[in-house]
Design a protein around this ligand. Structure first.
Ligand SMILES: [Fe+2]
Length: 249
């Protein structure tokens, strides 16, 4: 499949439809051809079904499963925290059969247009967090050894936007910024979290990869945080998941 011009990159929506709508509207206005969604549509927030619905019927969206998506359909992770599990049980109790089927068929990883690979956690171990120099080195090596020819691994799970190349790691991405990438290098790129950012910046985080110019833009956008918080409280979900949205942790 030839490369498209522009790819929207989103991850870790976490049942925050208010934030997702801002991201999808922005990507639509920017004229992206395809959207790559790196998992965790559900969990923490109170609008999981609106999020699934917004993603599942779109022909140009490529989506993979995150650890929260898997937990809702019965693939339990014993390391999941109690309060997070409570929200996932509420999600599982209320999900429709067709939305559950959608989560079940999501792949764990996906190669796109012979150029990109999508994973939720890490290339090396499904639920590992790419944060430390050791994990970064392991994943870059894995790209070279096992995915030769692919240029970029898009990943999520940490909720921290990151641009990782073989020469530099950039993590301070609290405002919209573009980067010229080297076509001859390989990269690990995390667009940050749409619905629950954890880099001490409450703005929704996502990105656009421009394959014509080989640039990556990290985008930060405000959304109606009180609305997302009210939905959490009104549905009786743990208040701390509402509070953290204000501060981005
Ligand atoms: Fe997540």
């Amino acid at each position: 499949m030839p490369l498209s011009s522009k790819y929207g990159i989103i991850s870790d929506i976490h049942a925050n439809y208010t934030a997702l709508k801002v991201a999808l509207d922005y990507l639509n206005m920017a004229g992206v051809d395809k959207v790559l969604c790196l998992g965790d549509l559900v969990g923490y927030g109170a609008e999981p079904f609106e999020c699934i619905q917004a993603i599942k019927d779109k022909p140009n969206v490529y989506c993979i499963a995150g650890n929260h998506d898997r937990q809702v359909i019965g693939d339990k992770d014993p390391r999941m925290r109690k309060t997070a599990t409570k929200v996932l049980e509420w999600t599982a109790d209320n999900i429709s059969p067709s939305n559950a089927r959608y989560l079940k068929q999501l792949p764990q990883g996906l190669t796109v247009d012979d150029t990109f690979i999508m994973v939720h956690g890490s290339l090396v171990e499904r639920d590992a967090y790419i944060l430390t120099p050791q994990e970064i080195a392991k994943n870059l090596q894995c790209m070279i050894n096992d995915f030769a020819g692919l240029k970029i691994c898009f990943f999520g799970h940490t909720h921290i936007p990151m641009l990782i190349g073989t020469k530099a790691v950039i993590t301070d991405l609290r405002e919209t910024k573009s980067f010229q990438l080297d076509r001859n290098d390989i990269y690990l790129i995390n667009p940050g979290s749409v619905g629950q950012p954890r880099d001490k910046c409450p703005l929704a985080s996502f990105g656009i990869f421009d394959a014509d110019h080989w640039t990556m833009t990290f985008i930060r956008k405000p959304y109606d945080i009180p609305k997302a918080q009210r939905a959490i409280i009104d549905n009786g979900l743990p208040e701390k998941f509402a509070r953290r949205l204000s501060v981005g942790v």
